[in-house]
Design a protein around this ligand. Structure first.
Ligand SMILES: Nc1nc2c(ncn2[C@@H]2O[C@H](COP(=O)(O)OP(=O)(O)OP(=O)(O)O)[C@@H](O)[C@H]2O)c(=O)[nH]1
Ligand SMILES: [Zn+2]
Length: 195
């Protein structure tokens, strides 16, 4: 996801940002704004790097561990961009999976996988499902649960203006979708157990 190898058209982003500045009534030639189109272009390269990242590559390395039970990583910081307003939504992703035949992935790869799908124009529901589906497809797990909780700035700073509202989405696949007991155990470990 390095900036230098980005296939994105930075000059085109810069030209568009300059147009937006003019359209809202700003002067793109004033001192403070001179470098802004370039900065925004570089920020977009980061924010949308997931469009050019491959989930299969992130999950390509796996290793055998004698563990047939749940693996849970919770509180993975997540920053994404809502595709309706191009404003950030951010929060935490929680992932639990049941390895098949004792094959696991590196813990950091789960966080990298979140970034692959978060760094795109997104809606939270689709991103949640994409992370779960990628784990089923590329890690070959028995079951997976993904829960994402996030605040959408398009709901906080504009529009309905309700800061603090938390949107929680989940996606469950495989044995965790079929077996209520295993799912309840996973939900409890993820911090969403019975209160
Ligand atoms: N389901 C879902 N909705 C989202 C997400 N991100 C933003 N939205 C919503 O997308 C909707 C877009 O609604 P529109 O009526 O087309 O746009 P709008 O006039 O800007 O809507 P308001 O935000 O209500 O002012 C809004 O209700 C947003 O809150 C998301 O990840 N999932
Ligand atoms: Zn939005």
């Amino acid at each position: 996801m390095a900036e230098l190898s980005s296939p994105m058209d930075l000059p085109r982003i810069e030209a568009a940002v300059r147009e937006i500045l003019i359209a809202v009534g700003e002067d793109p030639e004033r001192d403070g704004l001179l470098d802004t189109p370039g900065r925004v272009a570089r920020a977009y390269v980061e924010a949308f790097a997931g469009l050019h990242a491959d989930p299969a590559e992130v999950l390509s390395k796996r290793f055998a561990v004698d563990h047939q039970e749940l693996v849970i990583v919770r509180d993975i910081a997540m920053y994404s961009t809502c595709e309706h307003h191009l404003l950030p939504f951010h929060g935490k992703a929680h992932i639990g999976y049941l390895p098949r035949n004792g094959y696991v992935t590196g813990l950091s790869k789960l966080a990298r996988l979140v970034d692959v799908f978060a760094r795109r124009p997104q809606v939270q529901e689709r991103m949640t499902g994409q992370i779960a589906d990628a784990l089923v497809e590329h890690l070959d797990v028995l079951g997976v649960i993904v829960v994402i909780e996030a605040e959408h700035l398009c709901m906080s700073m504009r529009g309905v203006r309700k800061p603090g509202a938390s949107t929680i989405t989940s996606a469950v696949r495989g044995i965790l979708a079929r077996n209520a007991t295993t799912r309840a155990e996973a939900m409890a470990l993820l911090g969403f157990g019975p209160r």
